[in-house]
Design a protein around this ligand. Structure first.
Ligand code: S3P
Length: 184
């Protein structure tokens, strides 16, 4: 067998509205890496919007599709250096969290004050099945914190452009356009 291809993969985690997709795109553009949005991948494969999957098939089916998408993205990262935006609840699934760990992926937690997260989500609330009232939103956020805090880096995205947050990540993890963050 020849040498294993090097794996370059970085996942962004954090609650709804943290900026995972916009910061992920900016970071991928900065590094010259490929960008994958996990929610988008799930929707493409299911041929349905996430809200429809939740409504018609339930959250468990969404989580299964999400686990499959994580596996796919990790597999693809053996060929393409990848920045991927997770969904806000991806890490609640042990299979997904374990897969990321096994892959040696870098994990970055994007965060912002709760009211900022809520304001950002408001315009697309109808597309977000787990966007509840203020109390439910806070409770869900708090229930996720232990998962998010497993990340090696936490970045506050409030009052920052996606490019600024991406620059902070690149600096903190010492990533340059051609850097490899993991080699096996
Ligand atoms: C979810 C967050 C959403 C999406 C789905 C479930 C969650 O992703 O995966 O609606 O469990 O918090 P975003 O965090 O990108 O909004």
């Amino acid at each position: 067998m020849g040498a294993q291809p090097s794996l370059r993969i970085l996942f962004l985690t954090g609650f709804m509205g943290a900026g995972k997709t916009s910061v992920g795109r900016a970071l991928a553009a900065r590094l010259g890496w490929r960008f994958v949005d996990l929610d988008e991948r799930v929707e493409q494969q299911a041929g349905r919007r996430i809200a429809e999957i939740f409504r018609d098939s339930g959250e468990a089916e969404f989580r299964s599709a999400e686990i499959a998408a994580v596996n796919q993205v990790v597999q693809e990262a053996t060929e393409h250096a990848t920045v991927a935006a997770l969904g806000g609840g991806t890490l609640t699934q042990p299979q997904s969290a374990d897969r990321l760990r096994q892959a040696g992926a870098a994990l970055v937690f994007l965060d912002a004050p709760l009211e900022v997260l809520r304001q950002r989500c408001q315009p697309t609330a109808s597309l977000r099945p787990l966007f509840g009232d203020e109390g439910a939103f806070q409770q869900l956020y708090e229930s996720r914190l232990a998962d998010y805090r497993r990340a090696s880096l936490r970045v506050n995205t409030a009052n920052r452009t996606p490019e600024e947050a991406a620059a902070e990540i690149a600096l903190a993890l010492n990533l340059n356009r051609t850097d490899e963050i993991y080699r096996r």
